[in-house]
Design a protein around this ligand. Sequence first.
Ligand code: SF4
Length: 333
Amino acid sequence: MKTFAFEHATSVEGAIASVVATGGKYYAGGTNLLDLMKGGVEAPPALVDVRRLDLRNVAATESGGVHIESGVTNSAIANHPLIRSQYPVLSQAILSGATTQLRNMATAGGNLLQRTRCPYFMEAAFAQCNKRIPGSGCAATDSFNREHAIFGASDACVAIHPSDMAVALAILDAGVHVHGPEGRRTVPIADFFRLPGEEPQRDNTLRTAELITGIELPPSPFAEHSWYLKVRDRHSYAFALVSVAAGLEIEEGRIRAAAIGLGGVAAKPWRVAEAEHSLIGQVPSLDAFRAAARLVMAGAQPLSQNAFKVDLGLHSVVRALTKAAGSAGRVAG
Ligand code: SF4
């Protein structure tokens, strides 16, 4: 590991000034960043520790939603009474990821900023990776790519974003609060992550030195009927091959609102508006869910080794919608 400076920030403004001055990175839980630094994938000249900024609160908002500060750990979010009762799909998604120890360290902000687990990105010995070394090529395009994207990829990069939490946030229409040298702004979660295009080194739309300070959830229509389904190679401590966050609002036996988000299939949580709209006004049924699933997967463009994700995605969407419709959706216990 290369040497680097380490600073404790005591204010948001001070943290931003430090990152501007040093060209460093913010440090919170460190569960992904430190691994990447140890492996030589990341080498920031400085880490600016934001753990003393007192961004560790979860609170109801005046509009009936919830605000989660960026330093709240994944465990604390998943187990918070407001999240469990009003946003159970978020609780489920977080608890499906990583391990208890990692969830106790990882923060809300860091979860969004974690980087792809594409093996050619994670291992600095590989010479080809446009995300790690822009312009070097993409080793995954014609090689090991069973875990990679089937939507939204480019010739430059076929990686996926690994976050489970982000998939749930996508169907909840979360807003990401950021603070940077030019002030504060809120980025809709749909606009936060970016597809690789010609610049796969940029995972998201954050500007230089912007710090995530919180995540805002509007009131959810899906508290009663939601589900997070994660399909992976082993039951724990594995990233999704395909995951589905499904939310339904059902009134008098018919679907009034629907949201379907897929993880493990693109560089951002994947939603297809046409599929969601197809469910509005329908009586929840397997036929309706199968039709919606076909619309979700219609645009899939699998790679040489991951055509199985198309079929897996179809079945996963149907399963997640069925579970969402048929259960109270709340996390037990
Ligand atoms: Fe790198 Fe993206 Fe290609 Fe993986 S898929 S090797 S992250 S450019």
